[in-house]
Write a protein that binds this ligand. Structure first.
Ligand code: MN
Length: 240
């Protein structure tokens, strides 16, 4: 047994739909703009920006969603999540679905939008805006053996029953095979990696007490209630 200086934490896991098995979460990659937010928007020639969240940010998408500290603009982004079962680098698009994708889920890429705007203005890193605790809720993973590879179907989110986001998977500017292939040219993918594939138009703020529901047709849906704002939420981050 390894001589750890303190007990090594157990891996973050996600439930597998229809099974008692658990999916051990490795890294979390998130893709930037990957749907048209306006009808006249041109498809990008280059892959959209990507960023990461720690595995510890992944939580089951049910129950209470804590309102995070250090923000006054906590925003929802509903996304199709791809779970990688076999790693690789320089993967060809045609190889992605048959050999590398383990399953799919519906997830939320939660964002502290005020810190995101601040980071974009300053040309600074996005971690404070994106990589906070509980920032990546995810439904149980559906194995490819059950759901196949979804190419169309609704991606939707409501707040207190009012629709905020709705698109179709067929609107992904970089579909899953191309997206995963492109990412694998930038980093070697590993089993356990999750890829949040980008959110459609309609991102908006959440308030304490809001009931946020969403899902991806044929894959999963969730309902969560936003908890009370942390006591530090009103304190803006200051330069030391
Ligand atoms: Mn996103």
């Amino acid at each position: 047994m390894a001589d750890f200086v303190f007990p090594a934490p157990a891996p973050t896991t996600l439930a597998v739909a229809g099974s008692t098995a658990l999916f051990p979460v490795g890294r979390v990659f998130c893709i930037g703009r990957n749907y048209r937010w306006r009808p006249d928007e041109a498809a990008p020639q280059e892959m959209p920006a990507w960023f990461m969240k720690p595995a510890s940010a992944v939580v089951p998408a049910h129950g209470m969603l804590p309102y995070p500290p250090a923000t006054g603009d906590f925003c929802h982004e509903i996304e199709l999540v791809v779970a990688i079962g076999r790693g690789g680098r320089d993967i060809a698009p045609a190889e992605v679905e048959p050999h590398h994708v383990w399953g799919y889920a519906a997830g939320l890429d939660l964002t502290r939008r005020d810190l995101h705007q601040q980071a974009k203005r300053a040309g600074g890193p996005w971690e404070a805006a994106k990589a906070f605790d509980h920032s990546a809720p995810c439904t149980p993973l559906v194995p490819v053996a059950t759901c196949g590879h979804p190419r169309q179907g609704a991606v939707w989110l409501t707040v207190n029953g009012i629709e905020r986001q709705r698109a179709d998977l067929s609107g992904l500017l970089w579909p899953v095979p191309e997206l995963v292939a492109m990412l694998s040219r930038s980093v070697a993918l590993l089993p356990g990696d999750l890829i949040y594939t980008g959110t459609p138009a309609g991102v908006g703020p959440l308030q304490s007490g809001d009931v946020v529901q969403g899902g991806v047709a044929g894959i999963g849906q969730f309902s969560m209630t936003v908890g009370g704002a942390a006591s530090r939420a009103a304190t803006p981050l200051q330069q030391p």
